[in-house]
Design a protein around this ligand. Structure first.
Ligand SMILES: *Cc1c(COP(=O)(O)O)cnc(C)c1O
Length: 323
């Protein structure tokens, strides 16, 4: 593992102001996916990223969020997710390694084997779980949750769903810079389109920003799988803008071209966590190419990668990381 982030190599002044904690082996592998209905389809596989008991896209966000928590001397993190939350699980496992406790407020999602298995993992993670069922009930419970988990006068540090705080978004800025290096090294052609699932937006926003910083011309297609948050292209661009502001405020002199980013809700189905037949079929196609996808995020995005009329090369980001 290299401890220096590509972002630090690019903007050395950030090294002091934006600490980074390497949690996985970079670069993540890229390969061509053959045997599907689309030619010139590639994958960047984030599944194996991470050293703890869980991989996938949330680990890259934690590489920037955890040092920030440490800098603020946080002892407890309070965050939210659905009952199958990959974010909550990753946060609990990696924060625990730093001696930081995690408290999760969990919102209901359609229960199936996938969600039950995730809940089992959550119960073993050491996190404190509160089943708050819905967004309004979670908001109503928030004051009680903060006080209940205060340590003396210190309230828990709050992180938004998916870890998509502007600092967490840096994880996928870094991944965009990493992808550009892989393109430059000839590991894959420059993608015309990058297809990525969107739950809280940080991954798509960060990638679009990272690609723009690196000078890639790739267009990010953000496949929305969550109907409970505003995730239009304008929302994602705003989130990327907040991350760019952090970089500037902490000392990076950056000239960022406009982001190339579009978002679609065409593959969401009835809502977050609701299976679609299209996604189930796409997951089977992926399985035959050696990719194990989840029904909530990656299968819906892979369906989009197969079915959307896009110029290639198309790069699919596999963000799912079970162990
Ligand atoms: C959280 C998650 C996403 C979505 O990433 P966001 O940054 O929240 O938009 C995609 N895939 C998987 C497997 C996830 O757990």
């Amino acid at each position: 593992m290299t401890d220096r982030a590509l972002l630090h190599q690019r903007c050395p002044t950030l090294e002091r102001t934006l600490p980074f904690l390497r949690l996985g082996d970079a670069p993540t592998p890229v390969r061509e996916l053959t045997g599907t209905t689309r030619t010139d389809l590639w994958c960047k596989d984030e599944a194996g990223y991470g050293s703890g008991g869980w991989g996938g896209n949330k680990v890259r966000k934690l590489e920037w969020l955890l040092p920030e928590l440490r800098r603020r001397k946080a002892r407890t993190v309070l965050t939210v997710g659905a009952t199958g939350t990959n974010w909550g699980l990753a946060a609990a496992l990696y924060a625990r390694e730093l001696g930081i406790d995690t408290v999760l407020a969990l919102i209901d999602q359609p229960e199936d084997d996938h969600v039950r298995e995730q809940l089992r993992r959550l119960r073993l993670s050491g996190a404190t779980l509160h089943f708050t069922h819905s967004k309004p009930l979670t908001i109503a419970a928030a004051p009680w949750l903060f006080l209940r988990h205060a340590r003396g006068l210190r309230l828990p540090y709050y992180l938004p769903a998916g870890g998509s705080a502007p600092i967490g978004v840096l994880g996928y800025v870094e991944a965009g810079l990493e992808l550009a290096e892989q393109v430059a090294a000839g590991d894959l052609p420059e993608p015309r389109h990058i297809v990525v699932p969107v739950g809280s937006g940080g991954t798509a926003a960060g990638l679009a920003l990272g690609c723009a910083l690196a000078g890639l011309r790739s267009r990010v297609l953000a496949v929305v799988v969550n109907d409970t948050l505003p995730l239009a292209a304008s929302d994602l661009t705003r989130l990327a803008g907040r991350t760019a502001t952090i970089l500037r405020k902490r000392g990076a002199a950056l000239d960022i071209p406009p982001l190339r980013l579009a978002s679609t809700r065409d593959h969401l189905g009835p809502g977050y966590g609701h299976p679609t037949s299209e996604a189930t079929a796409a997951a089977d196609v992926a399985e035959a190419t050696g990719l194990h996808l989840d029904p909530v995020y990656t299968a819906k995005a892979f369906a989009a990668a197969l079915k959307t009329d896009l110029d290639g090369p198309v790069l699919f980001m596999n963000t799912y990381g079970p162990r």
